[in-house]
Design a protein around this ligand. Structure first.
Ligand code: IPM
Ligand code: MG
Length: 367
């Protein structure tokens, strides 16, 4: 079995962190019989520079054909003034939309070695293990109309539309309940049913699915603003957070900070399994960090752990995925840090150096 991968490094630190992932891929191929073929293509600002658009039809065709897409990051200040539909982020959103990647899994795990690297007190974050299940192809990100118009009066008006169909909520709720059964068996469903009708439908639908199919899972409703507060007040009371596209975007950045750095958090974006095929894209949750791009400063761990999620979710190689988690844990325990998680007395490494350390740990653990 040879896996077909599409690698999309993108912009900013994307190429550097994807170099790191390529080396880890090479290791798994050499040492663990992970047979793969990888194609590469452009996405985001670099695609715009080369082809005049952030995602080409040719790239999309490769993404649709691949067993999994490994994505770096997109965006940068030089493209901020582009018309909306040409912005680098549209490349990523087209991938999510066209591949129908409705389920975004964002685990926020605080490695023991990093409990002092968080801006929160160590006792608040030590042992933290949360999974954010974010709806990814609906809501205000994709709702129509979405427009910025100049009215007859000369004033400008912008509209984004928050829209949810019951079926979109049902399928993401199932993902959250299934995931919860394999963890702490607790789902906190975050919405704003006090001010938004999409929130009312969200709450009602999540409860209907829960009562009919997952009565064994503990379900609590939480208003999204309160969820943001609980995340910094008592994050360990949370297990799985089920939420919509926009709230999930915000809450996952917040959760990332609990773990020490946004440079640590991987993610998987999955579609519906049909005929044995699972549409899937893996990306770090951090962005393109243009300020540190090309300087060998970026933390490659989020991207490397995203490949770990790929091993687990796309290819069912759970032992291989666990090995990678262990290697990262070991490197951190040995005191190796990139700049974003640097602490007094630790050894500071760059992107390539951290990757070397992880490969060495893999070798050691692999025996
Ligand atoms: C994320 C990012 C994206 C989002 C951007 C790059 C479009 O912030 O994956 O969290 O808003 O979803
Ligand atoms: Mg985000």
């Amino acid at each position: 079995m040879t896996y077909n991968l599409l690698i999309l490094p993108g912009d900013g630190i994307g190429p550097e962190i994807m170099d790191a992932t390529r080396r880890v891929l090479g290791w798994y191929s050499a040492k663990r019989g992970f047979a793969y073929e990888a194609e590469e293509d452009l996405v985001g600002g670099i695609s715009y520079e080369t082809h005049g658009e952030p995602a080409t039809d040719a790239m999309m065709a490769k993404a649709l054909a691949a067993d999994a897409v490994l994505f770096g990051s997109v965006g940068g200040p030089q493209w901020d003034k582009l018309p909306f539909h040409l912005k680098p982020e549209r490349g990523l959103l087209r991938l999510r939309g066209d591949l129908k990647l409705f389920a975004n899994l964002r685990p926020a795990l605080c490695f023991d070695a990093l409990k002092d690297a968080s801006t929160l007190k160590p006792e608040i974050v030590a042992g933290l293990d949360i999974l954010i299940v974010r709806e990814l192809t609906g809501g205000v990100y994709f709702g129509q109309p979405k427009e910025l118009v100049t009215l007859a009066s000369g004033e400008k008006r912008a509209v984004d539309t928050q829209i949810y169909y019951a079926h979109e909520i049902e399928r993401i709720a199932r993902v959250a309940f299934e995931a919860a059964r394999l963890r702490g068996n607790k789902v906190a469903s975050a919405e704003k049913s006090n001010v938004m009708v999409t929130g009312v439908l969200w709450r009602e639908t999540v409860h209907r699915i829960h009562d009919a199919e997952y009565p064994d899972v503990q379900l609590i409703d939480i208003l999204a603003d309160n969820c943001a507060m609980q995340l910094v007040r008592a994050p360990k009371t949370l297990d799985v957070i089920l939420t919509d596209n926009l709230f999930g975007d915000i809450l996952s950045d917040e959760a990332a900070q609990l773990t020490g750095s946004i440079g640590m958090l991987p993610s998987a974006s999955l579609g519906a399994r049909t005929d044995g095929r699972l549409p899937a894209l893996y990306e770090p949750i951090h962005g393109s960090a243009p300020d540190i791009a090309g300087k060998d400063l970026a933390n490659p761990i989020a991207t490397i752990l995203s490949f770990g999620m790929c091993l687990k979710y796309s290819f069912g190689r759970t032992a291989d995925a666990a090995l990678l988690d262990k290697a990262v844990e070991r490197v951190l325990a040995e005191g190796y840090r990139t700049g974003d998680i640097m602490q007094p007395g630790m050894t500071k490494l760059g992107t390539a150096g951290m990757t070397d350390a992880i490969l060495k740990a893999l070798d050691a653990l692999n025996g």
